[in-house]
Design a protein around this ligand. Structure first.
Ligand SMILES: C[S@@+](CC[C@H](N)C(=O)[O-])C[C@H]1O[C@@H](n2cnc3c(N)ncnc32)[C@H](O)[C@@H]1O
Length: 413
């Protein structure tokens, strides 16, 4: 690697004595200044949090340690700063991050916070509300939902189950849970658990499993004696198509965050777009199996949001479907609102699809039947669903059992 010119080092030092060491990993002055700004912001947040817990609010030592770590920690150039810092803020929560597990994003936090506030404000909720988070990563979604909900309301027992295929992610999610449980702010209510399972695999598929492979979701729920019925399903699954991964995904993401968390696996005969969308049919079937009343699925953009909303609509079980932008709590200025098949809420890029049915409407503060882009409330057999909504042949053996469950074991909410 070429040496940095002395003139550049001098210039950097004149701006800030902490900049020259950062030029090593960053290679140019602008990037080094950005990193130093992020490090300072991080130190500010950490010191504020420590001060609230009665600790020291000193910043200088921590900042110098982080700069040293960044330079000598052997982190490859271009690696996300958060992996060096070891934590990232998700809403107000400081979440531990590690290479091998996706760094949580602020847009996800915005959707989860908005959903939680809507539910939190509902007049009537079941005494126990069960929330399933598929593809949980660091566990950030259940942990934030817990935090936002219990910061205001404590009359409901929240039960969370976060599921991931990666044992690294499950271990980190458990660490994050333990870490938050030790903080003063944590409200010790409800139950939060994490479980290893594969949400893409059909449990009835006739194929040999390797002994080290995670169980399919349905089998893992049974095997681990977890609840079968859930109220809310949230998921931020891998949703980037291979071509978008190559062409539009930032190098720091492509090179350092796990591909498993970003790009769904390929399958013979699948187009690029179908591969990017591969998780959604499975998630929607899981939602029906679990008799979920509210579903929130994160997507890459407005195009994918429409495709997912149409899949959900084709299932003909939802009373309402809408698309949320990055900031769903902000009123849209109306200037670029396309005449849309689905209501689009908030500002920014298309970010998630929200579906609700039955009591889910009340939990979200919707009038029953509002925004009914979802067709009649009639449960059709899967065999009659059209090809857009039918979650491919892989699910076919799920269906008879799904319906038996629905008829035999409905949980009152
Ligand atoms: C986009 S990340 C989301 C992580 C976290 N929920 C968040 O918002 O930061 C997707 C997660 O899906 C997990 N994943 C990938 N394939 C999976 C599968 N077949 N079954 C379950 N989880 C899977 C990855 O390990 C990764 O943690």
């Amino acid at each position: 690697m070429p040496r940095l010119p002395t003139s550049l080092l001098r210039k950097a030092y004149a701006i800030d004595s902490l900049l020259p060491p950062l030029l090593g990993p960053c290679r140019d002055l602008n990037s080094a200044r950005n990193e130093l700004r992020w490090l300072r912001e991080h130190v500010d947040k950490v010191s504020r949090a420590r001060y609230t817990k009665g600790g020291s609010s000193a910043k200088g030592g921590l900042l110098r340690t982080l700069v040293r770590k960044r330079v000598s920690g052997g982190k490859p150039i271009g690696a996300p700063l958060q992996y060096g810092l070891g934590t990232e803020y998700f809403g107000d929560l400081e979440i531990e991050v590690r290479p091998g597990v996706l760094i949580p994003r602020p847009e996800t936090a915005a959707s989860v916070t908005h959903l939680t506030r809507l539910v939190r404000d509902a007049r009537e909720l079941p005494t126990e509300l069960r929330i399933l988070d598929l593809c949980t990563g660091t566990g950030c979604i259940p942990l934030l939902f817990h935090d936002v909900f219990y910061s205001v309301r404590s009359d409901v027992e929240l039960r969370f189950l976060g599921v991931d295929i990666s044992s690294k992610a499950i271990a980190l999610a458990n660490r994050n849970l333990q870490r938050l449980r030790r903080s003063k702010k944590y409200v010790h209510k409800g139950v939060t658990e994490f479980m290893l399972a594969d949400v893409l695999v059909n449990p009835f598929a006739d194929r040999a499993r390797r002994p080290d492979e995670p169980l399919p979701l349905k089998s893992a729920l049974n095997f681990n004696k977890k609840r079968v019925f859930w109220d809310i399903l949230v998921s931020n699954p891998p949703y980037i198509s291979p071509s978008a991964f190559r062409t539009t995904t930032a190098r720091s993401v492509r090179g350092f965050e796990p591909r498993l968390a970003l790009v769904p696996p390929g399958e013979a005969g699948r187009s690029d777009t179908e591969q990017g969308d591969a998780f959604y049919p499975m998630l929607l079937v899981a939602a029906i199996d679990a008799e979920v009343k509210i579903v929130l699925l994160e997507v890459a953009d407005l195009d994918q949001a429409y495709r997912v909303a149409r899949m959900a609509q084709g299932m003909q079980v939802y009373d309402g479907i809408e698309i949320w932008r990055d900031q769903p709590d902000q009123a849209h200025d109306g200037s670029s609102q396309p005449s849309s098949e689905f209501p689009i809420i908030g500002q920014g890029n298309g970010r998630s699809v929200l579906c609700w049915r039955g009591p889910g409407a009340l939990w979200l503060g919707k009038n029953n039947g509002e925004a009914s882009n979802a067709g009649p409330l009639v449960q059709k057999p899967y065999s009659e669903l059209d090809s857009v909504s039918k979650p491919e042949a892989v699910h076919s053996s799920l269906h008879p059992e799904s319906f038996m469950q629905m008829q035999g074991g409905r949980r009152n909410v």
